[in-house]
Every structure is written in structure tokens, then in C-alpha cells.
Design a protein around this ligand. Structure first.
Ligand SMILES: Nc1ncnc2c1ncn2[C@@H]1O[C@H](COP(=O)(O)OP(=O)(O)O)[C@@H](O)[C@H]1O
Ligand SMILES: [Mg+2]
Length: 517
């Protein structure tokens, strides 16, 4: 029997072109399919359906067999337009086709598979409906989780950077872009993790990450380390990093979280400066007390020495050499008296005589007092005094001491040759007046900076200088509610800055009490 005849007979018996037992075997497989499927002829007649189809849609053989697909699936009496008909396309192209459809809250994959005969023509088409609602919902959940993770990464207050196995950067959130300066025109200039650190550091971090003994395998926390931004500037950060592994334990990526320490360091520095200042003023206060005590103790016997030495000197029967020695005693005792006087000024135990004065006037007055001194013969003094009213409430003679001391120190530092510049200005908002004394001297070595205001600290020849100048200056400025600091010092010279409260007349302070309603 040739195959043509066989097919014709089978067509009569089963309508499919297969022998009855072959058909039964095929139907068994068809029935075993877990998704609803129907067999449709090229004339769009439904030839059969599997068990799952009848179960799913609650239909019987009578409901569908021999009927047209458009009648069963679309409740229509006429076929669809051939351009819209998927079946027609499958038959024409002899290729399987599928599409995804949302149908009554369900997602379905509709698959059309052509069954070809020996001549390669389409005999019929199997149409399967696969419920992919669960897959779709998982897919949507995954998209949701992914979007959420992206939001978490991008809204994080920490800088986050991820890179692939070779160190190529795959993700940088906005904080990271800001931290590394990879934004505004230079966006994307950072491409590799090696660009994030000083030379050699990226490798070192990778080695530490892989080392089980440091923070566990694939994990690392460094409380303080340096990174490099797009401009090459090193910044201090706290960082934690991790290697991301796949199921099999292979490294797939790395990620790091950075928090800038710059603000924290600024606060720490400010705190340290304040502590230093506090320690300095405490030291000065206790030294002041000590100095006052010593000064008082020495003052009494010294008055005795001076008194009796003076009495002796008045005697006429003294030998000339004794008279001469007595003169030396008196001279040295007077020197001691001057030191004691200075100590008392430093420790603030002399009376104060404050009045409202023009700051520039006090400066000019002080300069007049030293004008003719030999020390200043080869020194140029330049004034840059603010051309405005700057009233202060001060003891003029004490402020004269401050200015003279500072100017003499400046002259000493220049060994008699150079330029001293004096500046005065005010800050109306902060209610402060300032004076700066700048010299072109040798500068103050760093290790001396914390000592220069101590009483008796001097680097000058012993016997020539007492080392009391700056301690007296410090005491007087404190007594006036001001501050004194070294603003700048180095090989080109030193600048001292003095700050004093600006005098504010009473009426500008506002009423002392609330006016009656
Ligand atoms: N303008 C300055 N330039 C360099 N060093 C200075 C300056 N002013 C003060 N010093 C240093 O501070 C020290 C203490 O100054 P001071 O208390 O006035 O004592 P003295 O002038 O008697 O040494 C000086 O010996 C000097 O080392
Ligand atoms: Mg001095």
C-alpha cells in the first residue's frame, strides 16, 4: 500500500491521517500534556483536544469537535480576517508562533505548532495554552525587588561603588559620584577601582578582602583610609567592602561603601584646638597666681633691701669702693623691683584704669613712646590703620605696654634690620577690633609656639631679657576680654594678632528692661 492510500483510509477512520492504533498512542501522549491543547485542521476545524483542555474549560467533545476555532474561542460565526489570524500565518510560514496574553487576570503563553506531513505541508496545528501567571507574578516581584534595591542604593547617604571581577566599575550611586568628584562635566571619568585609591592601594584592599584572617573571607571594614577623588585630592573615609560570590563560590563582583570622615575630622580638630586653648588659659591662670604670690613675697624684703641700702648710701663716712659696691646693690635691687612690678601686672594684681578710647590713638601713642629708641634706627614701621572710629574700653597705659612689647619683640627678631607693619581694623557684626603686628624676622620655631606666653620663657641672651614680655601682654589682653595669638610664623617673619571687644554705647544695646505695656 502506498502512503497516499494509507493516508486516505486513515483520514476516513480518524480524520487525522493516522492509523487507529497509531492515533490512540499519539492521543495518549497528547492527553498526558499538562497544559490544555487542541488540534486544529488547516480548514480551522477542531479535530481534537487533550484531557487537560476539557478539564480546564469544562467542555465536552460535543462542544468542540468538528466546530471551527473561531466559533469555540471567539464565539463568532465567520472566520477572522486572514491578516489577524495566527493560525493562517502558521500554516503559511510553516513555523511555530507564540504570543503572551493577559486574559482575565491570568497570563497565558499561546503556542501554535504546525505538524507537517511527508510533503512538508502543514497537516494540522496544535494550539496549546500555557498558564504563566505564576512565572509572570514572580517576574514582576523580581522587577519590584530590583527596583527597590536600586532605590535603596541610590538613596543611600553612604557612597556605594560596585565593580566587576576585573575592577571595572559597574555602579556608582550619586553620593559616590559626589565623593569621588565624578560628576559635572567629568561624569564617567572614573572607570576602574584603581582610580579610587592612591597607587597600589586597590590591590592591597583586594588582598585584605580575600584574607580570611582580616574581617572574614570576602569582607573588610577599614575605619580610616584614604581615597583619591577625580582631582587627585586624597580624602579620608571609613570604608566597608565585600566580594560577591556566585552559588559555586566563584568571585563575580566587588562592592564598597564609603563614608567621608572630612566633617568628623574638622569637628575633631576644632575640639582639639579648643582644648589646647583651654589648657593654655588654665596654665596662664595658675602661673599668674604663682607669680603674684612670689612677687608679693619678694616685694617686702626687697623694699627692706632698697630702704637700708639707700640709708647706708647717705652716710658720709663711707669709703669710695664701698659706696661704689652699694651703688651696684641698689641698681640690681631696682632691677628686681622692676621684675616684681612686671610680675604683678602679668598676674593682674595691679589696679586697672579703664576708659573709652579710640583704638588707633592708643597705637599711635605707643609708637611715639618708642620713636627715638636706638633699637629702631634701621627699622621701618608702616601703619595700615583703619580709617574709622574704633572705640574700646581700655587701660591706655597697659595697652601701651602690650604694643611696645610686641614691637620690641618684632625688632629683636629682625636683629635690628627690617620692616614692621601694623594693621588695625574692626568687625562690626562680631563687635571686635583687631590689631596685627607683622615683622620680617626669623620666625618662631614650632616647638616654641606653646611656650612663648610662659613667664620667663626667652630665647634671648640671659641677663638681657626677662622673658616676661609676652606673659604680661597675655595677662593684659585677657583682662580686657580679648585674645592674642600667633597668626602666622615662618622664615619670612611673624604676625601676631590681638583681638579686643569693640565698645558699644549703652543705647545701642537696647533697653535694659522691657518697656511697660
Ligand atoms: N616677633 C617675634 N618673632 C620671633 N620670636 C618671637 C617674637 N616675639 C616673641 N618671640 C619669642 O618669644 C620669646 C618670649 O618673648 P617675651 O615673652 O617677650 O620675652 P623676651 O622678649 O624677654 O624674650 C622670645 O624670647 C622669642 O623667642
Ligand atoms: Mg619681649
Amino acid at each position: 500500500m502506498n502512503s497516499e492510500n494509507k493516508k486516505d483510509r486513515s483520514m476516513e477512520k480518524t480524520g487525522t491521517g493516522y492509523e487507529p492504533d497509531e492515533m490512540a498512542w499519539r492521543l495518549r501522549i497528547f492527553d498526558a500534556l499538562s497544559y490544555p491543547s487542541v488540534v486544529i485542521s488547516t480548514q480551522k476545524n477542531i479535530l481534537g483536544a487533550n484531557k487537560k483542555f476539557f478539564e480546564t474549560y469544562g467542555l465536552t467533545k460535543e462542544d468542540i469537535l468538528g466546530k471551527h476555532c473561531f466559533q469555540v474561542f471567539l464565539y463568532k460565526d465567520t472566520p477572522c480576517n486572514s491578516q489577524e489570524c495566527t493560525l493562517a500565518r502558521v500554516i503559511k510560514d510553516k513555523k511555530a508562533l507564540s504570543y503572551t496574553l493577559k486574559h482575565h487576570y491570568k497570563w497565558e503563553d499561546r503556542v501554535f505548532s504546525p505538524i507537517l506531513n511527508d510533503q512538508g505541508e502543514v497537516d494540522f496545528v496544535i494550539f496549546s495554552i500555557r498558564d504563566i501567571t505564576r512565572t509572570k507574578s514572580l517576574e514582576n516581584q523580581l522587577i519590584g525587588v530590583k527596583e527597590f534595591m536600586t532605590q535603596v542604593i541610590y538613596s543611600s547617604a553612604s557612597a556605594i561603588v560596585a565593580a566587576d571581577r576585573k575592577g571595572n566599575i559597574t555602579l556608582m550611586n550619586s553620593v559616590a559620584k559626589e565623593l569621588f568628584g565624578d560628576y559635572n562635566g567629568v561624569e564617567g571619568s572614573i572607570r576602574h577601582t584603581e582610580q579610587l585609591y592612591p597607587p597600589g592601594k586597590a590591590k592591597e584592599i583586594m588582598n585584605m578582602l580575600r584574607d580570611e584572617k582580616i574581617g572574614g573571607k570576602g569582607k573588610l571594614i577599614i575605619p580610616r583610609t584614604n581615597i583619591v577623588n577625580a582631582n587627585g585630592k586624597e580624602l579620608q573615609v571609613e570604608m566597608s567592602a565585600a566580594i560577591i560570590y556566585d552559588d559555586k563560590g566563584n568571585e563575580t563582583a566587588t562592592m564598597a561603601i564609603y563614608n567621608s570622615l572630612e566633617d568628623k575630622l574638622k569637628v575633631e580638630k576644632k575640639l582639639k584646638d579648643t582644648q589646647k586653648q583651654l589648657a593654655q588659659s588654665e596654665k596662664m591662670a595658675s602661673l599668674g597666681q604663682l607669680a603674684a604670690g612670689v612677687a608679693h613675697e619678694i616685694n617686702n624684703p626687697l623694699t627692706g633691701v632698697l630702704f637700708y641700702a639707700g640709708l647706708l648710701l647717705e652716710r658720709e663716712d663711707l669709703a669710695e669702693d664701698v659706696r661704689e659696691d652699694l651703688g651696684y646693690i641698689l641698681e640690681d635691687a631696682n632691677r628686681c623691683k622692676n621684675i616684681v612690678k612686671s610680675l604683678l601686672v602679668y598676674s593682674r594684681s595691679t589696679d586697672s584704669n579703664k576708659r573709652v578710647v579710640q583704638f588707633n590713638e592708643v597705637i599711635e601713642q605707643s609708637l611715639r613712646l618708642i620713636r627715638d629708641q636706638k633699637k629702631f634706627r634701621n627699622i621701618k614701621i608702616k601703619r595700615h590703620l583703619a580709617d574709622e572710629m574704633m572705640l574700646i574700653n581700655a587701660d591706655t597705659s597697659k595697652l601701651n605696654q602690650v604694643i611696645i612689647n610686641l614691637v620690641i619683640n618684632a625688632a629683636d627678631a629682625m636683629k635690628g634690620y627690617g620692616k614692621i607693619s601694623l594693621y588695625s581694623y574692626k568687625n562690626k557684626i562680631q563687635k571686635k577690633v583687631y590689631m596685627e603686628i607683622k615683622d620680617t624676622g626669623e620666625g618662631i620655631p614650632r616647638e616654641n609656639l606653646s611656650k612663648i606666653f610662659d613667664p620667663f620663657f626667652t630665647t634671648k641672651e640671659i641677663g638681657k631679657s626677662t622673658g616676661l614680655g609676652l606673659s604680661i601682654v597675655y595677662g593684659i589682653i585677657e583682662e580686657h576680654g580679648g585674645r592674642i595669638n600667633v597668626k602666622k610664623t615662618g622664615a619670612k617673619g611673624t604676625t601676631f594678632i590681638v583681638q579686643l571687644p569693640l565698645y558699644v554705647p549703652r543705647e545701642e544695646l537696647g533697653p535694659l528692661c522691657r518697656p511697660a505695656d
